[in-house]
Design a protein around this ligand. Structure first.
Ligand code: LFR
Length: 466
């Protein structure tokens, strides 16, 4: 009988249920369900609709049942840094505020009063992003101290969904490291740091590694979806999963996980937390079997997604690429990592304003806007490649571009030109694949990550651009 594994991969703009199974030695994927995800305004804050998302998780499970393809195991991954605080009855305290919300403004100073930036980086190896969990928790402490007083558990978003499915609270390692509260050396919660910040240490429970069994479905979930299933922890941070699926045959490679964010970096068994890496804001996120993802967050396709939404444009991302290509010689460039692009009221106005302020031609058409973004992204990738090579002292021959954004052909071409590297494109569904690989390693389908990556290499078409 065919054995199926189910990855539920939820990104900032959509989620999907992807079944994976082996077919003639190849990993085969089938998307059984897809749903939207959007930021919503709640009590003046940008929030996630966790209730709605959980309903979608259940809806997709019901479809598996309907198709009579019951997975052997399943696991959920999402974006990082966001969390819930649960009270003694397992109920969420407060709104589920999203990381793009402005509640973290000024929180870096509050944290900075208690611990220096250098010291925080030394302890955690995590880059400074104003939306890191540490700053979000500081905002809760400032504005809603009662939530922290009442909290019994801290869970990241995928942990919370796993809890709703199984009744078991289980914090997963790769995502926990993005809180900036995990110690780089001990690879465990940094309780000293929590004391320093006056965060209640007892709400941060034991951290578990990918491949840990969380449990089986609760009775009410079994009744609703029509089957029971074992929940196995994948790398619950989507980027952690995506990087697992990079089909590299070489030890040393640069990856670009391309989606709402562009995450560019390397995988390493040792962290890089020198003064140079701090200055260039490289992070060391925790990975499978305690690997590190030394990478940088670059604003990514978020900017294009916003423009498309703002114009209520029906054009596909391929069409957008085409329009951008037609405006290829539009000369303006943006600092894609400028804070102003994180969550502007209007991305279009913000870009126009930026060009005006920097005395550059102002883009008017959608093609010009997209060209301006794509060129700026490609240039930012090139700078990052140079920084990585300086950081590690290694010259890399190629870059693996994985994830939904690897479909943006024009951006790939610009990236090849700007970096001068060989570009390997795909797989597009890297995040779901990485999620599945961990579950399949747990079930001994693959005996190691090397083995699993080899299978990705043979199972999916990888395009090469030189
Ligand atoms: C990508 C991602 C990035 C993280 C950002 C915010 O989806 O997970 O890795 O920095 O979202 O959580």
């Amino acid at each position: 009988m065919q054995k199926y594994y189910l990855a539920i991969d939820i990104g900032a703009s959509s989620g999907r249920h992807v079944l994976g199974y082996m077919n003639n030695g190849k990993l085969t994927l089938e998307e059984v369900y897809r749903f939207e995800n959007n930021l919503i305004k709640q009590n003046k804050h940008l929030c996630w609709d966790l209730k709605g998302l959980f309903q979608e998780i259940v809806n997709g499970l019901k479809i598996c049942k309907k198709q009579n393809r019951i997975p052997t195991s399943m696991g959920i991954d999402t974006w990082a840094v966001d969390f819930v605080l649960l009270d003694k009855d397992g109920q969420i305290l407060g709104d589920t505020v999203a990381y793009r919300d402005s509640r973290t403004n000024g929180m870096d100073r509050k944290v900075g009063d208690l611990i220096s930036l250098e010291s925080l980086y030394q302890r955690t190896g995590i880059q400074k992003l104003n939306f890191n969990t540490i700053y979000q928790l500081m905002a809760v402490k400032q504005n809603h101290p009662k939530y922290l007083d009442k909290a019994k558990d801290f869970l990241m978003i995928p942990d919370y969904f796993h809890y709703l499915l199984t009744g078991n609270k289980c914090v997963e390692y790769t995502n926990a490291t993005t809180t900036q509260l995990v110690n780089l050396k001990t690879k465990d919660w940094d309780y000293e740091l929590m004391d320093l910040l006056e965060f209640p240490r007892d709400i941060f429970k034991a951290i578990h590694m990918p491949m840990t069994v969380v449990g089986s479905f609760r009775k009410d979930i079994i009744d609703e979806v029509g089957f029971d299933c074992q929940v196995v922890l994948p790398a619950t941070h989507d980027t952690g999963s995506a990087v697992l699926a990079v089909p590299s045959k070489q030890e040393d490679f640069i990856y670009l996980s391309s989606g709402t964010w562009s995450l560019m970096g390397i995988e390493s068994m040792k962290p890089y937390n020198s003064a140079y890496s701090m200055e260039h804001n490289f992070t060391n996120e925790g990975g499978f079997e305690y690997r590190y993802r030394c990478l940088k967050n670059i604003m990514g396709l978020w900017m294009v997604q916003c423009i498309r939404r703002e114009l209520k444009s029906k054009c596909t991302y391929e069409e957008l690429c085409q329009l951008a290509k037609e405006a290829d010689d539009f000369p303006s460039r943006l600092d894609v990592n400028a804070e102003v692009f994180l969550a502007p009221e209007s991305m279009i106005q913000e870009i126009k304003y930026y060009c005006k302020k920097t005395n550059q031609p102002i883009p008017v058409t959608i093609g010009e806007l997209a060209a301006c973004i794509y060129h700026s992204l490609a240039e930012s990738y090139a700078v990052t490649v140079n920084e990585i090579e300086r950081l590690t002292g290694i010259t890399y021959s190629g870059i693996h571009i994985v994830g939904g954004g690897s479909n943006a052909g024009y951006l790939n071409e610009l990236t090849a030109k700007a970096t001068g590297k060989e570009i390997y494109i795909g797989p597009v569904e890297a995040t779901a694949i990485g999620n599945l690989l961990v579950q399949m390693m747990k079930d001994n389908v693959f005996c190691s990550l090397k083995d699993a990556r080899e299978c990705v290499y043979h199972s999916f078409e990888i395009q090469k651009l030189i």
